[in-house]
Design a protein around this ligand. Structure first.
Ligand code: SF4
Length: 389
């Protein structure tokens, strides 16, 4: 049996090359790409402006297949969460957050995550595997056309676009799955696909410094950084990757990134943990860090009320504390927002993106991957490090 080539795996240049192999001109690739990414077509027969001979060729060699949907839940606030199957018992989550003037899709880039941030339930399930391009872009493809179907909006550029913004903030560290992530980003920005502006696509990283530089050269979208701490001792305990790339290096990388970024600031995400990182003193330390004459960086803060889960041993900061913390930042002239908790009733709130379906048979493979990362990023990579009291 011949394996079908999944066309969702191809960026624009690769699709042109693929059509070339079939003896077709580059403009055919553009047509094909529009059918796939703008009309959500998966049936070659529906692509009526392609020659029948090409459609017949494609039918025997190719397919357009996004990950299968395992569950599809909509919260009372309109947040919609899909759990999608990425094979071998692995599942990842994709979350749509509707707001007044925009619709944001939060997508995953890995099944599980090896970074093991202390406050993140995804990290607690360990690393399963990297997602392919088709599995990453397939989340956007599936969500856009599912949303249109639900609302009765026609596919194609004439129908109202449902997803106006994408954030790579779901499961996984996108920069540890660099190539597929970069390819998916290129498709999001391509005018013959989703045509999103770079400002409307945000990649969130825990701070993989060399890959931040690589991203700035290949596909510089808006950048968010999971900061969560105001000094290295604290951050070492919350985001183990900090031991490899401490704050000064991270800040310097943010500064370099901004030379290429579509926005003139970095968004720092800061998970508010009761009694851990939420004092006025921490806020003042953050101000000093981001305004440091050498490593300081133009930034916004997004304070995230923590979503407690039992294994974390951590609690959400009280609302008045979060407010007081934000006031210290704002008094220093830093734009600060407090993230609204959305989709609580369907476990779609931040840090709750842990797939219910887990692969317990590939432990060996995961351990090997973890060993590889520990060699690259230090012995504490992926371990829970106690926070000094
Ligand atoms: S916060 Fe992000 S980088 Fe950290 S463990 Fe969770 S998914 Fe991984």
């Amino acid at each position: 049996m011949t394996t079908l080539t999944n066309l969702l795996d191809f960026d624009p240049a690769q699709l042109i090359a693929y059509c070339g192999e079939l003896g077709e001109k580059p403009f055919r690739a553009k047509q094909l790409q529009r059918w796939i990414h703008q009309f959500g077509a998966s049936d070659f027969d529906s692509m009526t402006d392609l020659a029948k001979s090409l459609r017949d060729k494609l039918k025997t060699r190719a397919e357009i297949r996004s990950p299968a949907i395992i569950s599809d839940n909509t919260s009372t606030d309109g947040t919609r969460k899909w759990l999608v199957d990425v094979g071998n018992g692995n599942a990842v989550e994709t979350v749509f957050i509707p707001e007044e003037n925009r619709g944001t899709l939060c997508i995953s880039t890995q099944a599980g995550c090896a970074v093991n941030c202390r406050f993140c339930s995804t990290g607690k399930q360990g690393f399963n595997r990297n997602l392919t391009v088709a599995e990453i872009i397939g989340q956007l493809w599936m969500a856009e056309f599912e949303l249109r179907k639900t609302k009765g909006i026609e596919p194609g550029p004439k129908g109202e676009r449902q997803i106006t913004n994408v954030v790579m903030m779901g499961m996984g560290e996108p920069l540890l799955n660099f190539e597929p992530t970069a390819t998916a980003l290129k498709l999001m920005l391509d005018d013959n696909a989703y045509g999103l502006s770079r400002r409307r696509v945000t990649l969130s990283t825990s701070g993989v410094v060399p890959m931040m530089d690589k991203l700035s050269q290949e596909v510089p979208v808006a950048l968010a950084v999971s900061l969560h701490a105001s000094n290295d001792a604290l951050r070492d305990g919350l985001v183990p990757l900090n031991k490899k790339y401490p704050l000064r290096e991270l800040m310097a990388a943010c500064k370099r990134y901004l030379e290429f970024a579509p926005r003139d600031f970095v968004t720092f995400e800061y998970c508010m943990l009761d009694g851990v990182n939420d004092s006025d003193e921490h806020a003042r330390e953050l101000v000093a860090l981001v305004k440091d004459p050498v490593v300081g960086v133009s930034c916004k803060f997004n304070l995230i009320p923590f979503n407690p889960f039992p294994e974390s041993g951590l609690l959400r900061s009280k609302n008045p504390r979060i407010k007081a913390f934000s006031e210290v930042l704002m008094a220093a002239g830093i734009v600060t927002t407090i993230r609204k908790t959305r989709g609580d009733d369907i476990d779609a709130a931040c840090g709750q993106l842990a797939g219910e379906v887990q692969d317990r048979t590939r432990v060996q493979e995961r351990m090997e991957k973890m060993a590889e990362y520990q060699q690259k990023f230090g012995a504490n990579f992926g371990r829970i490090v106690e926070i000094p009291s």
